[in-house]
Ligand binder design. Sequence first.
Ligand SMILES: Nc1nc2c(ncn2[C@@H]2O[C@H](COP(=O)(O)OP(=O)(O)OP(=O)(O)O)[C@@H](O)[C@H]2O)c(=O)[nH]1
Length: 655
Amino acid sequence: MSRHRAVRNLDLDDVLDDEYDDDYNENALDETELSNEDLEALDEGLSYVYSIVGDNCPLTDVEIKEALWYYYFDKEETINWAISTITERKAKEEKLKAKAAKAEAAVASKASKVNQQKEASQKKTVKPIKPQVTTHKDDEDVEYLSDDPNDQLSQDMVALGLGDINASAKRVAQSKIKEAGSNISTPNGTPVDSRASSPLVKIHPSKRIDVLEEYAKRSGEKPKLNLVVIGHVDAGKSTLMGHFLYALGQVNERTMKKYERDSHKLGKGSFAFAWVLDETGEERERGITMDIAMNSFETEHRKFTLLDAPGHRDFIPNMISGTAQADVAILVVDATTGGFESGFDANGQTKEHALLARSLGVQQMIIAVNKLDVMAWSKARFDEIVAKLGSFLVQAGFRKSNLTYVPVSGLTGNNLIERSKDAELLSWYKGPCLLECVDTFKPAVRLLDKPFRMGVTDFFKGGIGSGGGVSVAGPIDSGSLQIGEQVMVVPGGEMGIIKAMQVNDEPANWGAAGDSVLMTLSGLDIMNLSTGCVLCSPLHPVPVTSSFVAQIIVFDIKVPITSGFPVILHHQSLNEPASITKLLSTIDKSTGEVLKRNPRHISKGTTATVKVQLANRAVPLEMFKDNKQLGRIMLRKGGETVAAGVVIEILTYGS
Ligand SMILES: Nc1nc2c(ncn2[C@@H]2O[C@H](COP(=O)(O)OP(=O)(O)OP(=O)(O)O)[C@@H](O)[C@H]2O)c(=O)[nH]1
């Protein structure tokens, strides 16, 4: 059972969001598991809260108790939470009331107009208008305007504040969008690029897929998770996962024999399993992973896309781009004498990878304590690593209950897909093997209700199979899409129409948040694509900005940050030169209160709001409150991660 609750201010808990737990009642407060002392504290806290906020407060006992539990029975914290929650709810209610009143007024005025028209039509006879019919060669390229009330265009129009409209009015509305161009704003005030006004390619209702319905059908299937494998260089990540995939039957005997033979010839026999994932000649010759390697596997209850990240510090940008796509992680640590220590010290990547993963939204992690075969399966060594790493990971923002430690050997295969039969290990470890741990990761909550966004991780000329067009790969961060729909490339605003798709390597007609997609687009020039650009819904484009305010957590840096501090901004697969141009405030990370305005410098461990200015060009990113996936940033300098954070305000809009 863990303590959690919606948090008022944007603090560390927001930055390191609680997206899984919202859907997980198993983590909620369960009073049957509490001690008498805790129950007493809960009751006392409840009475205290009511004595302050009054008996008529709109919060339920359960909510207040959960807040008390979350704040470790801290009454003042709970009162603060209660007051801000009540205020928020009241504001929401007022907003809804105002909206309802507006809608009522609109209905009344519409009714009076209809009456006036009726009266007028009774006075004169109207000549029937012959409908205009346009024929098109390619049905899929037709700008189709349907009467279907569930039609996406209707929904998009509503979202644009143009109200719901019937089929004939849609043409008018479309031309309105065209005329209005960049004057139109999305509900959150983000200007819509005028190029978004190009007519949408619509799909005939008979061909349109109800993605939400299809997605709901998936709930009977195994949940899909993106799993990243991280850790210090040579910790054994590729060997561990290569052996794991082989043991699961993902690599056939002949291929494995070939890897063994060929790696021996190169004098790198111990890397045979790593070759399952390290596929390029350079990676195999050097014996290091350089780029993210992707694979997939299934367990009894889950389907995984595996992302094997490079451990070497030179390739951290690739590690960040892979981890930005991940829901869960395996952190591999080398248990050998000196091996763990070199990964765990200030220059090692064990700590840096763990911090980056947490800052990029990973909440659940398995820690594979690897190479224990070299340490004769020593319990003392395992315990020592768990103790040292455990306290660091909790400080880094991981919940203890979301961390699982498992002793393994990637080389011998011990405790990977079957519980160990090794007497030395069995004498003290009776827990699950790696496969069992992986199978119990909680499913991720997907941003299905948000507009479509997909960060481009790869692209090439030519279509899936043999057709023409341009193919684009990446993970869907939010929303959904289907064949026949139009997508916009940001920055640039170019449009493309989806002609073919693969989801997780299988042919598909639609994809949704959490899916890894490869799609072929027509009508798009490959010159307009780059790794790190974002595909989005043309009616809800991603903001493009060269300046924004971020709330950051400063990592373990030697020199404090001052204004003008140059950095490399990492956002999904993008990395761009930028600088921290203004230090706005330092913040108390537990209360969210401003500690100091306009500080002269910020040092390690500080939470602060800063203004970031891109050096060369505007980039697509979103505010964290609008899209958690696209609202996270990393700041690095001289090969070190300086800070991680979230975008809280976009200052300029570019294209
Ligand atoms: N004895 C022993 N050696 C291992 C084990 N796992 C990996 N190794 C060895 O450690 C070396 C590095 O393994 P890799 O799998 O390439 O390590 P990595 O973490 O993927 O390396 P990078 O991706 O380059 O960071 C290889 O020589 C492996 O054979 C293990 O469990 N026991």
